[in-house]
Structures are given as C-alpha cells and as structure tokens.
Design a protein around this ligand. Structure first.
Ligand code: GLP
Length: 235
C-alpha cells in the first residue's frame, strides 16, 4: 500500500486528480466513484480542471435503499450535484435504490461491473473500517449486496439528514470482492475519527472485522491521508 500524507483535503484532492489524469493518459475508461465528505475536494478539483470524461464510464459504489435519484439525500443526487452535472460521463451507473426486485438489481449491477471493469476506484472509509457499505463481517469475496447498515454507520451518516430516524437502514453496495477487481484503488481518509480505521487497514491483520483490511490483498492501492487520519500509524 502506498501512503500519501497531505496537509488538507485540497492537497488530497489534487493528488487524486493527478492519479485520474495519469489514468486518462493511460487509456483508463471506467472510473469507480464514491460519495461521502472525503472525496468532495477531489471532485471540486476534477470539475475545475480541463479533464474530459465524456468518453468514459463511471460506476458508483453504493446507494441507499428507498431513496430515488432525485432525493437530496441519495447518493445519485450527491453525484449529480458534486460531479456529473458539471463533468459528465458518457454513462454513469449507480445501484437503483428504488428497485422493487432487489435480487434482480444486485444481479444487474454485477453485470454492469462485469461489462465495465473498473480501472481506478475511489474509496472513502467508515469509522468502523467499512468501504462502500460493506460493514464489518462482510466476506472479502462478496459481489453486489443488499446490506443492513450498522448502528454506528447510521449515526455517522445522520449528519446529512434532518433526523437520525430519516437515515435509511439498508443500502445496495458493491461487494468487497467487486471493489478488489479494480485495477487501481485510491482511498481518501481525513480527520482523527478515521485514525483507528486507517491503522487497522494498513497495519492490522486482514480480517473481516475491518473490511478495508482486504485492500492489503490488492497490488495497487494508494491511501491519501491527512496528519490526523495518519496519526496512529507506526511508520
Ligand atoms: C458512507 C459511504 C462510504 C464512505 C463513508 C465515509 O458510509 N457509504 O462510501 O466512505 O460514508 O464517509 P465520509 O467520507 O463522509 O467520512
């Protein structure tokens, strides 16, 4: 794993931008994207740049079950606001949070991923080490799944909703196995609240208790961290 320490999210976003720019120059076509606060500055940097994704495909990690693409709390809406409306892709895929047949939707998304192998995957990380919405206990070889969110994730994500009771309790997420198929992975983590998860991801054993520790199995992972998120690393 390559660790890049940055002063702040602006510098982190710039590092991510450089990786995407190099990817485009090397014919990367499929970009795996993530939501959450951690990639926001990165998306701002992409939007402000002259990079062109109109020949490219994006595939997002996850979506809440029960929220439509127009719901302001949905990940689809987040992506439109932060990236797609300003920097369009030829085609952007996300799980459909309103799918009436969830097993069919999981299959559809696995097919999307099979048809569009991800060149570079962006990740954030949950305080409990989750990636996408793969909570502790998720199998390292999992495909797209419907997941029950943990109490701690619901609490952590409540800051984006008016009431904690409004936070959906389920989501559809790419599995850890799907994430590991990306050719290259870039994870952003900022702040003290991520320090424990980053230590466990980088220095801990590979364990399903820490979903992000599965990244140790991947040959090309870059972790972009600020001082606070890196503060528990021994080196
Ligand atoms: C959510 C998302 C994850 C994200 C995590 C951390 O649970 N499903 O993809 O990485 O939040 O979010 P933040 O970057 O806001 O801390």
């Amino acid at each position: 794993m390559k660790i890049i320490k940055v002063n702040d999210q602006v510098e982190g976003g710039q590092k991510g931008f450089e990786i995407f720019k190099a990817g485009l120059a090397n014919d990367a076509k499929v970009f795996g994207l993530a939501t959450g606060s951690s990639p926001i500055k990165f998306y701002e940097t992409l939007v402000a740049s002259d990079l062109d994704f109109t020949d490219c495909i994006s595939v997002n990690l996850d979506e809440y079950v029960g929220l439509s693409a127009d719901d302001h709390q949905s990940y689809h809406y987040f992506m439109k606001q932060n990236l797609f409306d300003k920097k369009p892709f030829a085609k952007s895929y996300l799980p459909n949070g309103l799918a009436s047949d969830i097993p069919a939707e999981l299959k559809r998304y696995d097919q999307v991923l099979a048809d569009n192998p991800v060149d570079i995957q962006i990740l954030g990380i949950g305080q409990n080490g989750h990636i996408g919405f793969n909570e502790p206990g998720a199998a390292f070889d999992s495909n797209t799944q419907e997941v029950q969110l943990t109490e701690s994730t619901i609490k952590a994500n409540a800051r984006f909703f008016e009431n904690e009771a409004d936070v959906p309790t389920k989501a559809i997420s790419m599995g850890i196995g799907s994430i590991l198929k990306a050719k290259q992975i870039v994870l952003f983590a900022y702040g003290k609240s991520k320090a424990q998860a980053i230590k466990a991801t980088v220095e801990g054993p590979q364990t399903t208790d820490v979903p992000a520790s599965a990244l140790q199995r991947h040959a090309d992972v870059t972790i972009i961290v600020d001082e606070a998120a890196a503060s528990l690393l021994s080196k």
